[in-house]
Write a protein that binds this ligand. Structure first.
Ligand code: GDP
Length: 174
């Protein structure tokens, strides 16, 4: 049985739903030790990908960042994929995605020099009040080289597993 170990970054402004997303997806397997060392939490999720392949996901959440900050290279080192999240009810969290993506592309590279696959998640899609239109998200996603974008609602458990599967699919194709 082959096992792939994939380090995935979860980035975006504070309060958009990142830790809720990870918690929902992983069902509470946390590695608290790591937080003390590097200041970042990571959680682990094991997937049976095919009959012959397992995928061990290490999800690194930028816990405690209110707004965009340039992250240390240690955080990006060895990452093979990225989930970038904003809140559809918060225009500023969407605008920050440009900065997060620039920082990511500057610091996280695949061994061949390509930028790492990143999926854009428009979270809190259950909210009636939208600050960002689908058209804006779509053109931003295309212009900035995201794998794709999806609406999610961690609250209603909408597109949580689906978005992660889409990202893993993209990573394993590379
Ligand atoms: P983080 O700072 O990005 O890790 O965000 P949190 O996971 O702490 O979530 C911030 C707040 O948003 C919390 O009160 C969550 O309960 C709430 N939240 C997270 N996801 C959703 C969602 O899909 N819909 C709604 N309505 N609230 C959400």
């Amino acid at each position: 049985m082959a096992e792939h170990l994939l380090k995935i970054l979860i980035i975006g402004d504070g309060n958009v739903g990142k830790s809720s997303f990870v918690h929902r997806y992983v069902n509470g397997q946390f590695n608290k030790m790591y937080k003390m060392t590097v200041g970042v939490d990571f959680s682990v999720k094991l997937l049976q990908w095919t009959d012959k392949e397992k995928v061990r996901l290490q999800l690194w959440d930028v816990a405690g960042q209110e707004r965009f900050i340039s992250m240390t290279r240690i955080y990006y080192k060895g990452a093979l994929g990225c989930v970038m999240m904003f809140d559809v009810g918060s225009l500023s969290s969407f605008l920050s995605c440009r900065l997060w993506k620039q920082d990511l592309d500057n610091k996280a590279m695949l061994p061949n020099g390509a930028s790492i696959p990143c999926i854009l998640l428009a979270n809190k899609a259950d909210l009636a009040e939208r600050a960002v239109s689908s058209e804006n998200i779509d053109s931003f996603s295309r212009a900035n080289g995201f794998v794709t974008w999806m609406e999610t609602s961690v609250k209603e458990n909408r597109n949580v597993g689906e978005s992660m599967r889409r990202l893993v699919q993209e990573i394993l194709m590379v």
